[in-house]
Design a protein around this ligand. Sequence first.
Ligand SMILES: C[S@@+](CC[C@H](N)C(=O)[O-])C[C@H]1O[C@@H](n2cnc3c(N)ncnc32)[C@H](O)[C@@H]1O
Length: 312
Amino acid sequence: MTSSCPASGVALQVVENLTGSELLAWRLTMLAEGGEAASFDWLLDLAAGLRGPERQHLWLDPERAVVLQCSCEQLAGLWRQHLREHTPLQYLVGLCPWRDLELQVAPGVLIPRQETEQLVDLALELMAQQAPDSPAHLLRWADLGTGSGCLAVALARALPTSAGVAVDCSSAALLQAEANLLAAGVADRVDLQLGSWWGQAAAFCGAFDLVVSNPPYIPSSLLASLEPVVRLHEPWLALDGGEDGLDALRLIAAGAASGLAPGGWLVLEHHHDQSERVQALLAGVGLEQVASFADLQGHGRFSCGRRPEPAR
Ligand SMILES: C[S@@+](CC[C@H](N)C(=O)[O-])C[C@H]1O[C@@H](n2cnc3c(N)ncnc32)[C@H](O)[C@@H]1O
């Protein structure tokens, strides 16, 4: 029997004659070379198809036969590259679990982060609180700086009667986003645009009920101190927010007053210490109901504001 390992796309022999105890012993020899057990188990899961519950069962029934979708040699190669070059496992395997999705990721495009999952929940809560519109109203949203397309895929799936625009100035990102939108079956409802922030969403400017963005927001002076797995491999275009980290956030806030529809929401992710300054930016362009929200670690991570509706 053959199967292909996601990292290489090369047809490989499935390893069928491994017992649980052999696999667990080999796992320990791999971990003795370095790295974290959780990361190695992630590799077993995503590259070799050994899912969590099945892995747990090996401890209870070590003589059970194990089927891997990659050879141990292939897995060892990926693990050693991760240890040696700090390459993110997501890039090596080409996949990143995120919300209920398994997104495709590749070097040149930011790996979607766990905290960004919450940005979707926040945006959907705000949309659910909107006064119900006429049934004919097509909800319009934009994702500025779409990267892998994670936010665009999640919004398009959660809002089935909506149409979205996903913008990025990186063509590598747009290709990745397109692949993920196609895989999720929502590509026909999302218009991908190459360019800078609001400029590329101009066709619908003033019509967006929702605009989300997770822009680059790390102050430039902090980039050198990021973990090597990020610093050496992820695109700085996706990370570098300029001197105070707010360069992109300023531009996105500046376009909101004309880009949003009256009553439309702008929902932003930002650095853990930027809530107050982002709130000031949003209030400064005339948005109302400005508020910030914490991530699961308790850090102020998201801010939002709403374009006022005309007085009746
Ligand atoms: C932090 S990443 C976020 C990617 C994705 N939305 C996510 O949450 O994982 C920021 C994204 O903004 C894009 N970007 C940077 N400058 C931009 C600009 N001027 N206009 C549009 N996109 C830009 C980067 O290419 C990158 O994909």
